[in-house]
Design a protein around this ligand. Sequence first.
Ligand code: SDX
Length: 436
Amino acid sequence: MKLADYKATLSFSNGSPAVDMPIYQGNIGPDVIDIRKLYAQTGKFTYDPGFLSTAACQSTITYIDGDKGELLYRGYPIEQLATNCDFLETCHLLLYGDLPDAAKKKDFTSRVTNHTMVNEQMQFFLRGFRRDAHPMAIMTGLVGALSAFYHDSTDVHNAEHRDISAIRLIAKMPTLVAMAYKYSVGQPFIYPKNDLSYAGNFMHMMFATPCEEYKVNPVIERAMDRIFILHADHEQNASTSTVRLCGSSGTNPFAAIAAGVACLWGPAHGGANEACLEMLEDIQRMGGVSKVGEFMEKVKDKNSGVKLMGFGHRVYKNYDPRAKLMQETCNEVLTALGLENDPLFKLAKQLEKIALEDDYFVQRKLYPNVDFYSGIVQRAIGIPVKLFTGIFALARTVGWIAQLNEMIGDPEYKIGRPRQLFTGSVKRDVMPIAKR
Ligand code: SDX
């Protein structure tokens, strides 16, 4: 970051001395006011609970222009990556800063492929869960449990440990998600196959059985790979910020990523794809497109607590570029599977049309986000609704690791320790119980 040729001056109307604060500029995006010395100089904190106006770090990985609806991974537009690259190339880009050439791609793919198996002991963790346990509950447990198997490489301050942990996590997440699925349907776990692509191997572990040959459908394989690309990273979203804060204590990468999985589960974040599909199914059950108007009235009624899941975003105040690409993928998959008349897809497109014309949404700049169409395409592929967020976690793991490694690799980083505005009881004495 570079020092701007202007500064911020904070003055107080009560005569307290004004303070000057330096302003830093990135390569694109808003300038930042450096308030690191504010408390020492004024005895005051800033107040920004949802981090609406706070840059928590500097980063070189992903940039979002919310007004333009633009998303760049290391400078490359998501539209170009989703069209011209595959997920492992995107992983290499996010982790190391550049797209691999053919030789580097071959080497990276081979490293990931050769780490896709999990320790045989991992399967016994699943036996402790009910068969109907939510896959995100299982994933939160399994990812954290990985740290119990790699004592030789959990020193996050060791660059080699960080690199091998990154490879292991990217490689093993599909295996773990597929195991969570197989456990829920009472089928045997399927081992990874090294002759399949990353997405093809995931499909095979999900849907193959020991009883017959499973052929990966190339259209589905490509769609799955694109879904992974679209979910790979997204600046300092809630789960990435969780991973950074968790990792800032120096804990091991597996524990930090497990914290990200837990945060992503929430319906306001990665859990929105599951919630969105359930919303579409509810409207469909109530009568489908004819009931959209009634549903939208509920959404606009603050007291209903009903939100249009898959819509709105803290940063995008324009169309989420991933939603557009997801809708395209939806079209491709549904057509390839002969489901182009899928009622939920029609309903979603009708909902989007109505919302984008409705003043409530226009005024609040609410557009479809990545979660609006992703559930429809995953359902068409045969992924159960409860597993949608697990697939989001699978894809986002590379982003979480890249962001964690960027933070740990910065010699200036410190443990994250926010302060507060205290509005509770001032000091008081404990009274004997007889007098309370
Ligand atoms: C992801 O941060 C990321 O980058 C996340 C993510 C990633 O890749 O990591 O992009 C992935 O989490 C996408 C978002 C998925 N969540 C949903 O689809 C759930 C539905 N969306 C909302 O909960 C909401 O839009 C958020 C949480 C996404 C954003 O919330 P903000 O930024 O805190 O905005 P807000 O709640 O203050 O909303 C502003 C206004 C409010 O109305 P007013 O009080 O101004 O009258 O818009 C309304 C909100 O009530 N609003 C919605 C709405 N989202 C916001 N009203 C109806 N339906 C919605 N979906």
